[in-house]
Design a protein around this ligand. Structure first.
Ligand code: HEC
Length: 147
């Protein structure tokens, strides 16, 4: 009896989630270009703060990268988390760092917000460039290019 009550509760909650209009289910970006992503990484100066595990990158004079991307030390595990880490950095801070090292007072990420300047193309390119350094799988799609 107890068990069926529990099952009922779980099913009700699950059904509730299904109707959540803010769900990220079905969200997918097109594939990007890794080489363009590396260019973007450098001209947007992501390397002010980031090194990438196993990759030789030029440094930005006066900056000492303190958050390594890729490798084992980081939190990102899925495609969705990688995209989120770039366009909504404060959503979940990278693991393995002291809080004051990666966030401002109030828990906001110290990473810049690029959303007003970064194109979707740049985002998908960056993700494509960074993705092989994580254990992340990009969904495959083909779109016609807008002229
Ligand atoms: C001013 C410093 C700074 C710059 C510039 C910067 N970031 Fe970050 N970034 C951070 C900090 C600090 C974190 C760790 C806190 C967090 O997770 O937001 C981080 C986290 C990340 C993460 C998640 C790391 C993980 O594994 O959890 C990714 C991916 C990332 N940045 C990508 C980028 C990209 C791409 C750019 C350039 C467009 C960029 N960052 C520019 C400071 C920066």
């Amino acid at each position: 009896m107890k068990r069926s009550l529990l099952l009922c509760l779980v099913l009700t909650l699950a059904a509730g989630c299904d109707r959540d209009m803010m769900s990220e289910r079905g969200f997918a970006l097109p594939e990007g270009d890794a080489t363009a992503g590396e260019d973007a990484f450098l001209y947007m100066q992501c390397n002010q703060c980031h090194s990438i595990a196993g990759v030789e990158l030029p440094t930005v004079p006066g900056y000492d990268p303190y958050v390594e991307l890729g490798g084992k030390v980081t939190r990102v595990k899925t495609y969705g988390q990688l995209v989120t880490a770039i366009i909504n950095p404060s959503h979940k801070l990278a693991a393995g760092y002291a809080e004051e090292q990666v966030s401002e007072e109030g828990g906001e990420s110290r990473m810049y917000n690029y959303n007003r300047y970064m194109t979707v193309q740049e985002l998908t390119d960056l993700v494509m460039f960074l993705q092989p350094h994580y254990d992340v799988v990009v969904p495959t799609f083909k779109y016609p290019i807008y002229p």
